[in-house]
Design a protein around this ligand. Structure first.
Ligand SMILES: *Cc1c(COP(=O)(O)O)cnc(C)c1O
Length: 370
């Protein structure tokens, strides 16, 4: 039995008729950029996130970048970011011309530790980007509280957390603005690239709308030096079909996660994800920690089971940020995570029985290693 890490074809097959109809509708419309489909998706996704505004953009990195620009953040400013995130969080800050300032995660949740934020704040700090890593919401009340005391903007990197809830509230409605990605493998994925900014702030939404379209509100009247970063009509139409399924698909991920937690619970060599009482994660990834990661990964691969590592190199030790003075051991929690995390197969089309089979192999392999 083969278990892929993630089956990207299955969502298409499940919704083939509706997706094909959406495709034909757009293809036959003769209108492909910034039109009715994008407007409708923006309205539907804002409602889904229980927020006021959504602005479709080209990808998740641009969503974060344009939020920073819309907040007036740039050269000479500092933005607090998690030390253990996908590098896009940092790159958005660098794109804006500002400096990412890493803060370590809490060891239980792998999300930004609110207690460590204050020490990283300087007179130049303008914002905090909280990542809802692996689909689990960050501790937003505590983060908003510190940020509020220092007059900082709070930006959610919700690229892995479509539909997640924090104290009953949706990711995307928990800070000043949120960036979402619709990269195909995300919980809500397009058939290509896509992204969105979600916010309750009408002025911020308006500035992002202008920035995404060459800095213009009216064609050929350019107010600022903007960008070309638009969600296209075809992706928007396809995303609308998938959005209707998102809650059901997230629920299926929750079922798979519950099976994993139960089946792996007795295995003392593994550190399992822990979910605080206030979090309703959407299990973008199911990540375990173990000392002999490579051996288990190889063993699972031999059995036809796909796994991945999110992420093997923390941004401060990546080549991209070499030359900025970071040293090994600067961020030991992020470095330890990079060394021992392993993502097991997870997705809405993974059968719970297949997850149990994977868990059985993981437990057997750990026992054999002792
Ligand atoms: C995927 C991802 C992004 C970037 O999204 P793209 O659409 O690939 O640009 C940003 N942050 C996190 C945490 C992500 O997982």
């Amino acid at each position: 039995m083969k278990v892929p890490f993630l089956d990207l074809r299955a969502p298409y097959l499940e919704l083939e008729e509706e997706l094909d109809a959406a495709y034909r509708r757009v293809m036959g419309s003769g209108w492909y950029v910034l039109g009715r489909e994008v407007e409708a998706f923006e309205e539907e996704f804002a409602a889904y996130c229980e927020a006021e505004h959504c602005v479709g953009v080209a990808n998740g990195l641009d969503a974060l970048h344009l939020i920073l620009r819309a907040c007036g953040i740039g050269e000479g400013d500092e933005v607090i970011v998690p030390s253990n995130t996908y590098i896009a969080t940092w790159l958005a800050v660098s794109y804006a011309g500002a400096t990412p300032v890493p803060v370590e995660p809490d060891e239980g949740t792998y999300n930004l530790d609110p207690e460590l934020i204050e020490a990283a704040i300087t007179p130049r700090t303008r914002a905090v980007i909280a990542v809802h890593l692996y689909g689990q919401p960050a501790e937003m009340d505590a983060i908003n509280e510190v940020a509020g005391r220092h007059g900082l903007k709070v930006i959610e990197d919700a690229a892995q957390a479509h539909g997640a809830r924090y104290k009953g509230r949706r990711a995307g409605s928990l800070g000043d603005a949120a960036g979402f990605s619709f990269y195909p493998g995300k919980n809500l994925g397009a058939f290509g690239d896509g992204g969105a900014v979600v916010t309750d702030d009408a002025e911020l939404a308006d500035r992002v709308r202008v920035l995404r379209n060459y800095g213009s509100r009216v064609k050929y009247h350019n107010e600022v030096k903007g960008f070309n970063s638009r969600l296209d009509e075809l992706q928007a139409a396809l995303l609308r079909v998938k959005l209707a399924k998102l809650d059901e698909w997230n629920a299926r991920r929750q079922t798979v996660a519950a099976r994993y937690l139960e089946a792996l619970g007795e295995e003392s060599d593994l550190t399992l994800p822990s979910v605080p009482g206030w979090a309703e994660p959407v299990w973008h990834l199911f990540v375990v920690r173990l000392p002999e990661r490579e051996a288990l990964q190889r063993h699972l691969a031999d059995m036809g089971i796909g796994t991945l590592v999110h992420y093997p190199v923390p941004p401060h030790l990546s080549e991209a940020y070499a030359g900025e003075g970071w040293l090994p051991e600067d961020f030991p929690v992020a470095e330890a995570l990079a060394g021992d995390v392993l993502s097991l197969p997870m997705g809405p089309h993974l059968e719970p029985e297949a997850a149990e089979l994977v868990a059985g192999i993981v437990v057997g392999s750990a026992a054999a290693a002792r």
